[in-house]
Design a protein around this ligand. Structure first.
Ligand code: HEM
Length: 398
């Protein structure tokens, strides 16, 4: 209810900021542009907390009737343009949705650290390491059945938990599953729950205070906390830093979020997951990621002057400007998806393949297939215990 109200109220606010942001990009005076965007970015950052990420993108697209300005980025909503430009090996930038929302503090994180997300060659080297050491042929061979077999002990514990669909129980189970699959370690349930909570808590602190009240991070002990309570307990077990980071940042957030979202979808669509075939379950996960992508945007830093039309105005972008690609909008491009707003398991295969939520190009998600298989395996487990439509856990989206 509160969220719905926030969405309705934010529409006029987005409309009010629109001319200001366009004026910023039109201004020949750079400091004026920077000053305006500094102000409007703060409001956009706050809007994310009010609307949550994908709805914030969709509201902007609606108000702008196409490409839009959010934070310090120009958001492209044309699927064909995104497909052409995302794979370009440009600098990546270090924001998320054009705002300083997801921390990339190099002192606290690994795969999400500044130098790595920003550009080459570090990003390429990390990717090579991931391909060689983490996403090995053994890991790539996993499918739903082998995941269920290999994680039988973890799934049995999960089933035995009092509230299997509780947000924290789900996320703790995701952490355990990925440590099992990537590092071949079955960590104790309590440990997985503790590191998961510590990571989420510290990540939330970074997102809330990292940009606008950084001194609070010191007061709260955020950096030390994430190292001490999330990384160190797993490193002591000999688990690789990258595996820890991939598990907690990529897997626990993304797979955890799509699992919780799937319960909502089953209820909203009145869909009996248990009646779906294996192929339909795969379609279910991809369709869920199409409409509710768990990674909201990918970014590109402009390297040569280019133009883009925003609200019928041609804007000149300069090197250093940031362009971002919001998947929730791209995955609803009517040129690529029939009835884009419809959750439709009978879409042609070609449409499923156009879903951009795992990105494209040399830095597309290396765990696309693994994440789909794990999501199906975990939904299968849940659905064997209860009809997904009956589960109504509290879900704080992040
Ligand atoms: C649940 C669904 C998932 C989605 C929708 C997803 C989506 C994405 C996207 C869009 C990117 C590109 C990010 C960018 O360029 O800024 C990405 C990169 C990445 N993802 Fe995923 N991901 C998912 C699950 C996972 C899982 C489970 C893992 C690890 C086990 C993982 C590991 C990574 C890594 C390491 C990268 C960086 C790749 C690079 O920079 O070359 N992801 N993912």
């Amino acid at each position: 209810m509160i969220r719905k109200l926030a969405r309705v109220l934010s529409v006029p606010l987005v409309g009010l900021l629109l001319p200001l942001k366009v004026a910023a990009y039109k201004s020949p005076v750079r400091w004026i542009k920077r000053a305006i965007l500094e102000f409007t970015s703060f409001i956009d950052w706050a809007l994310v907390f009010a609307n949550v990420q994908n709805p914030a993108m969709l509201i902007h697209q609606r108000v702008y009737r196409g490409a839009f300005l959010f934070g310090k980025a120009v958001m492209v909503v044309d699927h064909a343009v995104a497909l052409r430009d995302i794979p370009k090996p440009t600098l990546r930038g270090n924001r998320f949705m054009g705002v300083d929302l997801v921390s990339n503090d190099p002192g606290a994180f690994v795969t999400n650290a500044g130098p790595i997300t920003t550009g080459q060659p570090v990003r390429r080297l990390v990717r090579e390491y991931i391909e060689r050491e983490v996403m090995s042929p053994r890991v790539r061979e996993y499918d739903v059945d082998t995941i269920r077999g290999d994680c039988a002990e973890i799934f049995a514990d999960w089933r035995a938990s009092e509230h299997m669909a509780n947000m924290w129980t789900v996320r703790g189970a995701v952490t355990r599953v990925f440590l099992r699959l990537l590092a071949e370690r079955t960590v104790p349930r309590e440990l997985a729950d503790d590191v998961t909570r510590a990571y989420v808590r510290r990540f939330a602190e970074f997102s809330l205070f990292g940009r606008y009240a950084p001194a609070l991070l010191g007061v709260l002990g955020t950096r030390d906390g994430v190292r001490r309570d999330a990384f160190a307990p797993l490193r002591r077990l000999g688990i690789d830093d990258i595996v820890i980071d991939m598990t907690l940042f990529a897997a626990m957030f993304s797979v955890g979020t799509i699992l919780m979202r799937s319960l909502e979808i089953a209820r909203e669509e009145n869909l009996d997951y248990r009646k779906l075939t294996r192929a339909e379950r795969r379609g279910f996960v991809i369709e869920a990621q199409r409409l509710h992508p768990t990674v909201t945007t990918v970014h590109r830093i402009v390297e040569a002057p280019e133009t883009i039309v925003v609200f019928d105005t041609t804007l000149e972008l300069q090197p250093g400007d940031e362009v971002a690609y919001p998947f929730a909008c791209l995955n609803r491009d009517p040129k690529c998806f029939e009835h884009p707003e419809r959750f439709d398991l009978s879409r042609p295969q070609a449409e499923f393949e156009r879903v951009l939520s795992w990105s494209v190009g040399p830095h597309a998600c290396p765990a696309r297939e693994l994440s789909i298989a794990v999501t199906i395996a975990m939904l299968d487990e849940l659905s064997e215990v209860s009809d997904l439509r009956a589960l109504r856990p509290l879900n704080l989206e992040f």
